[in-house]
Design a protein around this ligand. Sequence first.
Ligand code: ATR
Length: 332
Amino acid sequence: MIEKYAVIGNPIGHTKSPLIQGMFAESIGKKIEYTAILGELGQFASTIDAFRASGGRGLNITAPFKLDAFAYATDLSQRARMAGAVNAMKFDGDRVYAENFDGVGLVRDVITNLHCPLAGKRVLVLGAGGAVRGALLPFLEQKPARLVIVNRSVDKAKELAAAVDAECPLSGVGYGDLAGQQFDVVFNATSASLRGELPPVQTTVFADDCLAYELAYGKGLTPFLRLAQNAGVQHIADGVGMLAEQADPGGHARTGHAGALLEAVAGRKLDRADLVHDDLLGQHAVVGQAQRGVRAVVRSMRVRLGEGSRDAVADLEPEHPLAHGDHLARAV
Ligand code: ATR
């Protein structure tokens, strides 16, 4: 019997996930049906009930349904529980196993694409909202030397730090508490960049050879990245690579996220990236090449980000195919 999978979102018309998922499944000799579901707001549970009743095996969840998916799940992974949001689930009888791969994608991007291991590093995270909740456990799994969460509303940062059992020193502080402290990696996980705002962080936090990482993507040099660059930070990156890298610890959801990346790229009409997009969809229906295409998109977007600044993010590793495994057999 053909296995049924889907991606649900609203809007969803622009998704490339079905095409890419189909392509990947074919490459591992699997026959699947992967559709895009335009979910109606407030109807998540009944829509998914119907999908399961029709034989649906698994689902990718995109905006605005990640919280609905969290509520729907019967078995939340630790990461999903911590994040309070779900972006992939699989169905097994009555059970609904749910995951959140957002933070995993971020960590993989930093380690794999940017060659910046977090182990032993002093890590600063700006913000204490949903994005940070999703990234916190994956960060801690890397065993940084210490991790500091800084937030405008200090209580939120303290609560978040207190909610986790960490092996390394972990604290939640206010921006004023950072005086005299330096960090090897600084993540801007606030939503400030979405409004062109700058979080009130001092440039003294950037240690020599620091990486400044903006979780937002497609915004070019955000006020945070500009601040870092003006302060002489050599390594800057935005969050585009997160999309490419989400969720492949066991070969789980990679292809869905390749699709998400392409959507993001196409939606922003970046010329070079669009070329890669066409190339990927038109000519190379092969896993390795598709992954190289995603890598190329990431690089091309990052080169744009760093245009004129000769920043180090253009210096990504050579393209190489990534393992994909039997992702569809186990989850979407
Ligand atoms: P998300 O899910 O994207 O993390 P969120 O849960 O609304 O969004 O959280 C937004 C985060 O960005 C919060 O940590 C917020 O700080 P407060 O909790 O103090 O509101 C932070 N943020 C938003 N705009 C900011 C700004 N201009 N400067 C500093 N922090 C900002």
